[in-house]
Design a protein around this ligand. Structure first.
Ligand code: NCD
Ligand code: ZN
Ligand code: ZN
Length: 407
């Protein structure tokens, strides 16, 4: 297959050119012109998204999401690779649980996948620590003492190998009492992020998930990397007061949005991730609603809309959604260049349409962005195979593991 049109070149930016894709699904060659039959691209060709933070809930909570439904949502939203978080049932915290989840993903996922493995004290002394093909270790504060939380972070970052991703909220600053309105949830956790990050080890092994505050950004430990989610850039307590928008870390203030935007634009926050966290509408409507906002299908479309509106440079979006997460996790992907997997999206910046619930693929069945203008990709290729077109899935299964062995 040869695709021809405007494409995002990793060195030169948007240029006219051709991409030849081999039968093995890798990009063979990128050049100004090529002989042979070509397919014309409308708009432009970009590297597809790589979302290093999703909760596909499988195994354990198939009513919320499965590898089939979550990966369908990803593909239709221009995301061809994901890393799934370990808070499934059973949790991904052992070689057995890892193998079970990897099998389920390989059987049902449309997109390529990596798995995060739950960290706990002493994990770096396990015989399998250096061998399990995990994307990263993941540390949650829930149910832990600050001492245990901090000691585990120090232990795992010192051990080397895969990065440690933390949910950066201080356990003693998280008040879990059920909020009756969204502002209470935010108030319960006002200091949790800054206090947590102030005590974390300064280590290039550390990656801070879903950064949410100006103070958290200012206090990022030296050497650490961070990600930001669309909801912490685009939503805040003033704009979104429905309890459905209860998420951890909580939505904050316009001042926090502005600081995160500044850090995102200048690359201090290198990575864009969705923290796709589907729960059912009836759970969200209960007296003690679970935290989480679905977002894997809307992440790239909403941010392309920001590009179209002149609020974000296209090159910065390409970096944040494709190059930076790949670089962070040591994967050779995210660029339209020879040798890289042909994970591509066709995008027309003029083709905005409102987000419509009935067109989304997640089992969550709701979105805080309903009715927002977004630019969905027209076609999506995973390793050269067309997996989505005009918001409809074109393939089932076929996703492969991204990580095979420790570096
Ligand atoms: C996540 C979930 O539902 O699994 N919820 C959330 O509010 N972000 C857990 C998490 O990422 O902390
Ligand atoms: Zn989290
Ligand atoms: Zn999460």
């Amino acid at each position: 297959m040869i695709l021809e049109g405007r494409l995002w070149h990793p060195q030169n930016g948007l240029t006219e050119g051709c991409v030849a894709v081999g039968d093995d699904g890798a990009i063979e060659r990128v050049a100004k012109t090529m002989a042979g039959r070509k397919q014309r691209v409308c708009g432009m060709l970009l590297p597809a998204g790589f979302d290093m933070h999703v909760h596909f809930r499988d195994p354990g909570f198939p009513q919320k999401e499965t590898w089939a439904s979550g990966s369908a949502a990803a593909a239709c939203g221009g995301v061809t690779a994901v890393v799934d978080m370990p808070n499934t049932q059973p949790p991904t915290d052992s070689p057995t649980a890892f193998a079970t989840k990897a099998q389920r993903a390989a059987a049902a996922s449309v997109v390529d996948f990596g798995l995060g493995v739950s960290a706990r004290p002493g994990i770096s002394r396990e015989a399998w620590f250096g061998e399990l093909p995990a994307a990263f270790w993941k540390l949650y504060p829930y149910g832990k003492s600050w001492e245990d939380y901090r000691a585990t972070a120090t232990e795992v970052t010192a051990a080397g190998g895969r990065p440690l991703v933390i949910h950066g909220e201080h356990p003693s600053h998280i008040d879990m009492s059920p909020p009756t309105e969204l502002a209470e949830h935010t108030a319960h956790r006002r200091l949790a992020e800054a206090e947590c990050l102030a005590g974390m080890p300064a280590s290039p092994q550390l990656h801070v998930a879903h950064l949410s505050t100006a103070d958290g950004l200012a206090g990022l430990p030296a050497g650490a990397t961070a990600e930001v989610c669309p909801h912490h850039l685009l939503l805040n307590l003033d704009a979104c007061d429905s309890i459905d928008c209860k998420v951890d870390p909580p939505l904050r203030t316009p001042r926090d949005n502005a600081a995160l935007w500044a850090g995102f634009r200048d690359g201090r926050i290198a990575v864009l991730a969705s923290d796709h966290a589907p729960h059912l509408p009836e759970e969200k409507a209960s007296d003690n609603p679970p935290s989480g906002i679905p977002g894997v299908e809307t992440m790239v479309p909403l941010m392309l809309q920001q590009v179209s509106a002149g609020r974000l440079a296209l090159g910065r979006l390409v970096n944040a959604m494709a190059e930076a997460p790949a670089d962070r996790l040591g994967l050779p992907r995210g660029r339209i260049a020879a040798g890289q997997p042909a994970d591509l999206i066709e995008v027309d910046l003029k083709a905005a349409r409102p987000v419509a619930l009935e067109q989304l693929h997640s089992r969550a069945g709701w979105s805080p962005y309903e009715g927002w203008d977004a630019i969905f990709p027209q076609r999506v290729w995973r390793r050269g195979e067309l997996v989505a077109a005009d918001g409809e899935l074109q393939a089932s299964r076929g996703g492969r593991p991204l990580f095979t062995a420790q570096p």
